[in-house]
Design a protein around this ligand. Sequence first.
Ligand code: PBG
Length: 328
Amino acid sequence: MSYSEFPYSRPRRLRRSENVRRMVAENHLSVNDFIAPLFVMEGKGEKVEIPSMPDYYRYTLDLLMEEIEEVQTLGIPAVLLFAKVPDEKKDNEGTEALDPNGLMQKSVRTIKEKFPDLVVMTDVAMDPYSRYGHDGVVEDGKIVNDKSVDILARMAVSHAEAGADFVAPSDMMDGRILLMREALEEAGFPDTGIMAYSAKYASSYYGPFRDALDSAPGFGDKKTYQMDPANVTEAVKEAITDEQEGADIIMIKPGIPYLDVVRAVKDVVSLPVSVYNVSGEYAMIKAAAEKGWINEEEAMMEALIGFKRAGADLIATYFAKDAARILK
Ligand code: PBG
């Protein structure tokens, strides 16, 4: 019998009161951890609630500025921008994505002008601009890699020119981080960072997001480029590859069903790791709470601390504002 065994050892002593629990908490959430994803659309004076994402809106740029004001007041350091593109501007090559006066570029310029200190991250992806809703150029029913990477690299430069602090490629094409880094250096943007969606899974949890941007694939699925949910070693390889190719932040996506992946990647890379608490995860908590089946705030905070425990340094989450308010 030793004092480190029952009845002398009683782990419950460290759970006796709120203050003791606070003292021994192994992980902490902070507003510094949050990245707020935001959806922007063309037009003026409009905000539209996304049906599958209660309390979450798509904004025209003028109203988005008010939303960002709030984000900034709450102390959230970064936003991740997604642009909704009207159907008539979509094609196979994502031409609209490269327009220096496109919605994304205009939004970045406007935001950085008014909020120069806010970290502005942009989604670099073809699917919102693609007639087929895919993250690459389609040829003979296949998503071709190298042509797509070329377009994505130009898109990254275009966002950098507009003033983006970080570009965030979410496509899962091979070699894109290397080519993007090279393109940014050549174009004179050595300070623009890359947050790489290194391990992005072919996930059903993106459903509500595709409603928000009207970006669901027009044919087939994304399984030839996004990862198989069965795999973790492959995620580690993708993360190491992106680190070597010049990524500044490594992202895992989705979040809740992939906490083991966050841990595995965190243990091998020497970069900050972020996790994307995606639209379907948000929708599930919101829907269950609406039905009175779950406590929304508690479920949200539990999911968020779970990301920290798994090893995430940063969390992109639609709950950023709600959680920031609670942490205040
Ligand atoms: C696409 C993209 C997706 C998300 C972010 N970028 C969806 C997809 O791959 O189809 C999903 C984000 C979310 O569900 O919250 N480039």
